[in-house]
Design a protein around this ligand. Sequence first.
Ligand SMILES: Cc1ncc(C[n+]2csc(CCOP(=O)(O)OP(=O)(O)O)c2C)c(N)n1
Ligand SMILES: [Mg+2]
Length: 380
Amino acid sequence: MTALRETTEVVDPVPGADAPHLPQQPDLIQLLTPEGERVEHPDYSVDLSEDELRDLYRDLALVRRWDVEATALQRQGELGIWASLLGQEAAQVGAGRALRDGDMAFPTYREHGVAWTRGVDPLHVMGLFRGVDNGGWDPVATGFNLYTIVIGAQCLHATGYAMGVQRDGAESAVLAFLGDGATSQGEVNEAMIFAASFAAPVVFFCQNNQYAISVPLERQSRVPLYQRAAGFGFPGVRVDGNDVLAVLAVTRAALQAAREGQGPTFIEAFTYRMGAHTTSDDPTRYRLASELEEWKLRDPIARLKAYLSRSGLADQAFFDSVDADGDELAARIRSGTLELADPPGTSMFDHVYAEQTPELAAQRAEFEAYHASFEGGVER
Ligand SMILES: Cc1ncc(C[n+]2csc(CCOP(=O)(O)OP(=O)(O)O)c2C)c(N)n1
Ligand SMILES: [Mg+2]
């Protein structure tokens, strides 16, 4: 009994629990250090033009500006809730820019940076968080599925979709997003078993932002997350999630392997959620301010800015123009959000299925009759 208790009880310190916070991580793939120094890696490289490098900076800065505006709008009562991506911009933009036309992404509820790279109008995302629609963008046209709140469910959707791609003989790949906490979810593990067994063209992109709401990483896994992939029988890699170049290189390689029939890869993008889990959360209740300060030194945008400035690829005029674009974007998001009209109550029946079912039609009729029974807000 004692032995059993020893192996099943979660006790501190968990073996390797402090590893994620150690500065030295030999297994961490990096092409840009936190100081903005360009480094080489034996297995991964990116060859980007000067314009492409500047465009990546623009993406990161604009996505952060959107996020800041959305958080402010929620605080002013204009959104029901907001799930901030602050600190995770490089992980999302790097992964999103690795996708090709024809590839498909399956997001959680936090992938605004990926939505941006797929050309989804931010106002569609704002509409979801304002509660006026369930997404609103076209998943087929954008190659970006609707947000999924149910933790891990999108990994099954992505794997099933990838198995379909395989059967169609298409040369495209699927990118499934998930969080560190989601790796403990049954559906994620089931999806990875199916993906491995069928060598499905799906890449699991896990943003390890160190927390599942208030639950820290060391409660989710006794081994670094990327090492779990070995148990499913496909490669796992850990990339610096705050290094947009490394994320782009690693995700591109994994998607290409998937397209070529080499099966899945698990990518652990090692990052940090710099804000609250959502606007309903107060992270000061479960983490130290010093931890955030430490991660601010690894800020994904600051390091690319340092690299671009130091290498002469961008000057102050460029950064000023990005700031101006950010202000314009924020103003468009603000005014557009305020103009989003409340839909009629019956619209909730419209997109449940592609075609109405008799049950749904009956529910709709009952809903309409109930509302018709009121006159000027008073029951007749
Ligand atoms: C099936 C299910 N269980 C619980 C929840 C409540 N919930 C919402 S977010 C979350 C934590 C997810 O953490 P992680 O996977 O690390 O993603 P992150 O929010 O950090 O991006 C939980 C438990 C849910 N949405 N779905
Ligand atoms: Mg998390």
